[in-house]
Write a protein that binds this ligand. Sequence first.
Ligand code: CP
Length: 312
Amino acid sequence: MLQGKDVLGMEHMSVEEIELILETARYFKEYLEDKTKSIPSLKGKSFVNLFYEPSTRTRTSFEMAAKYLDAEVINFNQKISSAAKGETLKDTAVTIQMMKPDGVIIRHSTPGSAKFLADHLHTPVINAGDGTHEHPTQALLDLFTIKEKKGAIAGLNVLIAGDILHSRVARSNIWGLKKMGAKVSVVGPLTLIPDHIQHLGIDVYTDPEEAVSQADVINVLRVQLERQQKGLFPSLGEYNKFFGIKAETLKKAKKDVLIMHPGPMNRGVEIDSIVADSTRSAINEQVTNGVAVRMALLYLITGGESSSENLN
Ligand code: CP
């Protein structure tokens, strides 16, 4: 179903494809918990991490995922590449394609850059975050985490809190969660919520204490200061006071509410440490799940089939 395909976003991913990735990732998660379990080998396959923006989790977990599967991974370093001499993204990508990798994983600050590459390359392209547009592998690992922790996704109330305007994670999560049958809400200052977002079929709140009361899951997003062109709120202190997810914000929340954050966190801004490090938090497990989901994607785009016959 996914062999040779690009993974560009959740907007155009089918429910069947999402379910296949989550089911395959469940198998690889078992391997991460018990490395004596045998897994299929992608020996002889190679992937290029083409990262034009900083990353810890996504770049490293794609690298770990490839290595666990015995594949080669090459990390492109923009600063010491010919991009620093003015080579275009397309020329760089075509040059890399001519070295015959089995997949290119791209992170870039320009929305649409992953689709642009996919239109010009024969090699499958995985979007590891394109500006404010989409971050599908983050949404997939978030869906995996919610399913693992809550048993199902359909019917859950998922609240996305924070800087929705600049967040590719928010967009990909909204598409993915809606497809999987969750009810989605957002909360944040109106200056950080895109106009007309209700048209995606979600509720909008500006009061975090009101918003959290119905939530089964709260996915807290980073305030993305690097993408802001103008001051959209007075100060980080005020942001924390009025919109940060703190112990007192959660007084009206369900006892078993699941706290998530894609990372990196601004502790004391969008989330307080007492919440991030609490027993309700799945933030560290999200990182492990990111490796499992990315193993599943590398396996599936290179022709693996998820079935008990192939994976046991
Ligand atoms: N969540 C996420 O994309 O983190 P990185 O920027 O560290 O990859």
